[in-house]
Design a binder for this molecule. Structure first.
Ligand code: 3HC
Ligand code: NAI
Length: 644
């Protein structure tokens, strides 16, 4: 039974049980609709508690129904029916009350939340606005400011904050059922508060709304839902309830059918499918309880931080005592940064460092279950490290490399247990970026591969399996993207026009600004290495700049000039002079034309990657681009965009 009714004296207990997350599909809506009717008709019931089985309260509308025509009873009608029920309903919230789930809770007269619960209206993250009074009831429940924060960011809030914002009436700990029944019983001894739809709302002045609009437009970078949500909230604050409801519903239905919503749904389901690939169904991963990182530089420190954030103990190995101290300092500065930004307390940062054992002696690794190598990108150095790991580690330890471009098969040559070797390609900063490319070699065992995916889950990362080629999935597409951007410049498109077009398309930065930030020398050195080994690596415009000492922001200039202490890119006469001989006047492209050329090149490379079996499915490529390279989420990734 999706909806069942029990009794506790004169209080009815309605339990929703619709695994996995109690999403509001048609059957659940109907079940709740009927429950209101049945309980209204029962004279022995004085109040109702709505509670959910499983891991969470109702987590929202059923997103998988969004591509289909809506079927009654519609959610806004159900919320109205709950609110109009003859007996007061109390929502008993554990886990997450999100979207339609929170709207159902607002249809109830009261909301009681477990202290670990959260509530929110994440609809904008799916390219829509709340569709069942979220924009209309929330301002009446908690005020306009709180509603604007909740709805336009889509970020859920924890129970304690929800209480202080007025979104819930009580926060309880322990037995939610018993506490909610007690709350509902006590509430009967007082006059009932008015239903939310009947409560007054005060609109701030027009200047406040204008400020909000500006701030949200800046954040949204082309995403339409947050601004449309703001419009709904303003109408809710300024117009009668019914008019605001009609406007919200029309906006919801319009956006639900939009390209942006389709793209965001695509990423939503791709993200949830990524950690459980079908080909590993039934393969049991190894349990990881102890970890080590070799190399405490940019990546090693970031990976160690990610492991510590997940509560795993870390052994950090460096070359010598001085490098050990540098590695520890790198790690400490990551946690110090988190303290400064208020993400960790001093005590938590100390505990993170206390879980790290650092040294240069490989004997420290004798008990470790997973070792991740992040030393210099140099085959000989890496092979020497793995030769030592082969001797020093437990025979069942999993050994991973974080190489960006080297062939993992060559790194693993000669290892005593090649089945336990794998590529785990993190992205910088490794404790922040969600993407993890998982690169098995032909000898990697399914158990080792499954452990890579399990580690990603443990670290809260999005895992994508990649085959072996130059740059795996992400860096290979990046190379093609940059090459196409250079082609546009060679054909006469100004550097700044390319970057502006990609920003307008929704990227945080264009390809040239991004290179200036990261440094042009890394890719240059890699090309030089390829040339030295006899491979064909035609000269790029970037090579010309690096040879002239223009490596990016760190040298005061690259594609652009930078004033000291200022990161604003300024078109550069020096660059123009250096490249003049390579540039011919070509057709003038619009911003859309530029973006279409560059995203088209990404999709073409993605297609080749799929054909070669380097990526297993198009949505994996989309996840790589969205989570590793700043591709606008609301465009769904290059493969999704190319299909549309
Ligand atoms: N609809 C359909 N399926 C959903 C769903 C939803 N709203 N939310 C989660 N699922 C599915 C997932 O696809 C996954 O399915 P699978 O097991 O077959 O892969 C399963 O439920 C479990 O999901 P998670 O792996 O995400 O589970 P977690 O326990 O990690 O997280 C959660 C639980 C926090 C509830 C998380 O699932 C979540 O954030 N869900 C989305 C909530 C949301 O966006 N709600 C708003 C929907 S829009 C709406 O309500 C419109 C309304 O205003 C009209
Ligand atoms: P880095 O130069 O910042 O750090 C490398 C560290 O390894 C140094 O601290 C060095 O002392 C240490 N080291 C070198 N030889 C060692 C040895 N034999 N034993 C122990 N420690 C040793 O380099 P970075 O950027 O951290 O890169 C490390 C690896 O990660 C490379 O393979 C790189 O390709 C890869 N990578 C880098 C990314 C980036 O954005 N920087 C992104 C993803 C992967």
């Amino acid at each position: 039974m999706i909806v069942s009714i029990d009794r506790d004296g004169d209080i009815a207990l309605v339990t929703v049980d619709n695994p996995p997350v109690n999403a509001l599909g048609q059957a659940l809506r109907q079940g709740l609709w009927d429950a209101v009717g049945a309980l209204d008709a029962d004279p022995t019931v004085r109040a109702v508690v709505l509670i959910c089985a499983g891991r969470t309260f109702i987590a929202g509308a059923d997103v998988s129904e969004f591509g289909k025509p809506p079927v009654p009873p519609h959610l806004p009608d159900l919320v109205d029916r709950l609110e109009g029920a003859a007996k007061p309903w109390t929502a008993a919230i554990h886990g997450s009350a999100l979207g339609g789930g929170f709207e159902v809770a607002m249809g109830c007269r009261f909301r009681v939340a477990l202290d670990s619960a959260s509530v929110g209206l994440p609809e904008v993250t799916l390219g829509i606005v709340p569709g069942a009074s979220g924009t209309v009831r929330t301002p009446r429940l908690a005020g306009v400011e709180a509603a604007v924060e909740l709805v336009t960011t889509g970020r859920p809030v924890k129970a304690g904050k929800a209480l202080s914002m007025g979104l819930v009436d009580a926060v309880v700990s322990g037995d939610l059922r018993a506490e909610s029944l007690a709350f509902a019983r006590k509430a009967l001894t007082h006059p009932l508060p008015p239903p939310i739809s009947a409560r007054p709302v005060t609109s701030p002045d027009p200047a406040w709304w204008d400020e909000q609009r500006k701030a949200i437009a800046k954040r949204a970078k082309g995403e339409v839902a947050p601004l449309r949500a703001l419009d709904c909230l303003r109408i809710a604050a300024e117009k009668p309830f019914a008019e605001a409801m009609a406007h919200e519903r029309a906006t919801f239905l319009e956006l639900r059918a939009s390209d942006q919503a389709a793209a965001l749904r695509h990423i939503f389901f791709a993200e949830r499918a990524a950690p459980k690939p079908a080909h590993l169904a039934g393969v049991k991963p190894r349990e990881i309880r102890s970890t080590a990182v070799i190399g405490g530089g940019t990546m090693g420190a970031g990976i160690a931080a990610a492991l510590r954030d997940a509560g795993l103990p870390v052994v950090l190995i460096e070359r010598d005592e001085e490098a050990v101290q540098r590695g520890l300092a790198n790690l400490r500065s990551i946690f110090d940064g988190a303290v400064k930004r208020g993400r960790l307390t001093e005590a938590q940062a100390r505990a993170r460092m206390d879980g790290v054992t650092a040294g240069s002696d490989y004997a420290l690794l004798s008990g470790t279950g997973l070792v991740i190598e992040a030393v210099f990108e140099d085959l000989a150095v890496k092979r020497a490290v793995f030769a030592r790991l082969g001797q020093a580690c437990r025979p069942d330890a999993i050994l991973a490399t974080n190489t960006s471009y080297l062939d993992p098969r060559l790194i693993a040559e000669g290892l005593p247990h090649p089945d336990r070797f794998i590529g785990l390609h993190f992205f910088s900063p490794a404790n922040v970026m969600k993407l993890l490319e998982i690169v098995p070699t032909p000898t990697t065992s399914p158990e080792t591969l499954a452990t890579g995916f399990a580690l990603a889950r443990q670290l809260g990362k999005i895992p994508v399996q990649a085959g072996i080629c130059d740059g795996f999935i992400g860096n290979r597409i990046l190379k093609r993207y940059r090459a196409e951007a250079e082609t546009l410049v060679r054909d006469g498109t100004p550097i700044a026009a390319v970057d502006a077009a990609m920003r307008a398309h929704g990227f945080a930065m264009g390809p040239f600004e991004a290179q200036d930030l990261g440094g042009l020398d890394i890719a240059y050195l890699q090309r030089e290495g390829a040339r030295a080994s006899g491979q064909d690596a035609p000269e790029t415009l970037g090579d010309i700049l690096v040879r002239a000492g223009r490596k990016g922001q760190k040298t005061g200039g690259g594609w652009y000039d930078y004033a000291p202490g200022d990161r604003t890119p300024k078109p550069s006469d020096t660059t123009a002079g250096l490249l003049a001989g390579r540039i011919t006047a070509g057709p003038t492209l619009t911003a859309e034309g530029i973006a279409s050329r560059l995203t088209g090149a990404m999709a073409a490379e993605g297609k080749a990657i799929l054909e070669e079996g380097i990526a297993l499915k198009p949505s994996d490529i989309d996840l790589v681009e969205v989570h590793g390279y700043g591709y606008p989420r609301w465009r769904g990734g290059p493969m999704f965009a190319a299909e549309g």
